[in-house]
Design a binder for this molecule. Structure first.
Ligand SMILES: C[S@@+](CC[C@H](N)C(=O)[O-])C[C@H]1O[C@@H](n2cnc3c(N)ncnc32)[C@H](O)[C@@H]1O
Length: 188
């Protein structure tokens, strides 16, 4: 199958995959920065990880929902990719993984970004990059949201503040897709 065909199919079926702009950002970023390995939190049905793999990047990806995880494996099979690097796990819980990656991509439950970062920072190389998707809440003010969404927005905002104050990272925010946090891990 071709990637664009998979995108169209998944968009029609309303799967929450990375936006096209975000895909284009990654295509350039991966080439420009010679990214060879990515650890992804939030596999969903495998679109973004399949995309990374088509750029010859080795990917380990986590998904917590067993039904979605099974669908991701089917999509990997369609592209002829090995499914062993899709890991069924809830990333709010620490996971023993020794490998270090060039890029950590966080694209799962927004309220848990800080937990994901704490649990998986150990797997990011010095001089590697952290990218977090969905940093914008489509311009909605926290005060205007319903209670559970408000809690999620507050947690996302406090993750943003935490990263901005984190001296081990050079942090920027990009108005790409639904808003990306890009942070380089410094050699400190
Ligand atoms: C926005 S989707 C990921 C989209 C995917 N990166 C793509 O672009 O193709 C988020 C996924 O994260 C998963 N997720 C949410 N919380 C998680 C957790 N605590 N651990 C692992 N996966 C989680 C959800 O089940 C969902 O499938």
């Amino acid at each position: 199958m071709e990637l664009d065909i998979l995108r169209k199919k998944l968009e029609l079926e309303k799967y929450p995959i990375i936006l096209k702009d975000t895909e284009e950002f990654f295509r350039n970023f991966i080439l420009d920065n010679k990214i060879k390995s990515i650890l992804e939190i939030g596999c969903n049905v495998g679109f973004s990880s399949i995309f990374f793999k088509t750029l010859n990047v080795s990917v380990t990806t986590f998904e917590k929902d067993i039904l979605i995880y099974e669908l991701a494996k089917l999509n990997y099979n369609d592209f002829g990719f090995d499914t062993r690097e899709i890991i069924l796990h809830d990333c709010t819980v620490p996971y023993e993984l020794d490998k270090k990656y060039d890029l950590l991509f966080i694209d799962a439950a927004k309220a848990s970004y800080l937990k994901f970062f704490i649990n998986f920072e150990k797997n990011l190389k010095v001089n590697g990059y952290l990218v977090c998707d969905n940093m914008n809440l489509h311009g909605i003010r926290v005060d205007d949201l319903k209670r559970n969404k408000r809690r999620m927005a507050k947690r996302l905002a406090s993750f943003r503040d935490f990263m901005e104050g984190n001296k081990n990272y050079e942090v920027s925010f990009l108005e790409i897709g639904d808003g990306l946090l890009l942070a380089k891990r410094l050699n400190i």
